[in-house]
Design a protein. Structure first.
Length: 157
């Protein structure tokens, strides 16, 4: 696995922090694009996804034939009180989780990234696929946050 991907994974929490910097609670809860998630919902979704993906990564590293469960992101948004959670805490958890897990990833031999787990919907997934997917997932959602900020006139950079 390319060390740059692990570096990107590690700094993802910092990127998320920058994406929400300076936003007020009303900005986080706004729906500048009707029919889509608020920035608040995106950030809490990223936290939940982060923890699920980290669990998958750890299982593939530590277990043989690891089982990787899918989750219904829309049900989580609907049923886990996303509006009442702390964006700041969520971002901090993402930052710390990625920083800590990157320490493990950097110690693995190259062949470890070919290890697989069996996802309940997508079938076999390699450790490399999980890590690159985590990087892509965060970037994908940060683009939505930036777009929503633009629509609200809340760009800071």
């Amino acid at each position: 696995m390319d060390a740059k991907i692990i570096e990107e994974y590690e700094k993802g929490g910092d990127d998320l922090r920058m994406a929400v910097r300076g936003l007020e609670r009303e900005d986080l809860l706004a729906f500048p694009v009707p029919g889509t998630w608020s920035i608040q919902q995106i950030v809490i979704h990223l936290l939940d996804s982060e923890l699920v993906i980290a669990d998958r990564i750890k299982r593939v590293i530590a277990e043989e034939k690891a089982s990787l469960l899918a989750f219904d992101e829309n049900r989580w948004v609907k049923n886990l009180f996303y509006e009442d959670q702390s964006v700041d805490d969520a971002v901090t958890i993402v930052e710390l989780n990625r920083r800590n897990l990157a320490r493990v990833l950097k110690k693995l031999p190259a062949e470890a990234f070919a290890r697989t787990g069996l996802h309940s919907e997508r079938g076999p997934l390699t450790l490399e696929t999980l890590v690159t997917g985590a990087v892509s997932h965060l970037k994908h959602h940060i683009k939505f946050i930036v777009s929503k900020r633009e629509k609200m006139g809340k760009m800071m950079w």
